[in-house]
Ligand binder design. Structure first.
Ligand code: SF4
Ligand code: SF4
Length: 109
């Protein structure tokens, strides 16, 4: 077999009908400004943890929206709460507050 140096990703399906989205709704109810996120990626681009690990704040946000809490919580543990993401967010979202709330809410997953 020829090694082309890349592979095909494993198929991944997200079933929004069966995922439990109640926790995500609770998070958005507590921090309604998070709904204003336009996924620009500025938080991820400036993230301190993202510079030294694979951490991606925008990805965590997306995982929570999809109800994929286990992966979101594992990712969130890499955040060091420096607050740089909040300084650059064009929508003024309290991203540090989001981190803290997600950690608190998803601790059981
Ligand atoms: S910087 Fe703000 S608006 Fe942009 S992706 Fe991050 S949280 Fe969303
Ligand atoms: S508070 Fe967390 S998510 Fe925000 S820039 Fe710092 S390490 Fe990254």
């Amino acid at each position: 077999m020829i090694d082309f140096g890349f592979g095909v990703n494993t198929a991944r399906a997200i079933n929004m009908d069966t995922n439990d989205l109640d926790t995500a709704r609770e998070i958005f109810d507590r921090l309604p400004d998070l709904q204003a996120c336009m996924a620009c990626g500025s938080c991820t681009a400036t993230c301190t943890a993202g510079a030294i690990t694979s951490f991606n704040f925008r990805k965590v946000h997306t995982l929570v929206r999809r109800g994929e809490y286990g992966e979101a919580y594992a990712e969130m543990s890499k955040c060091m709460l420096c607050g740089k993401c909040r300084l650059v967010c064009p929508r003024g979202i309290n991203t540090r507050g989001v981190v803290l709330l997600i950690k608190k809410k998803l601790g059981d997953y």
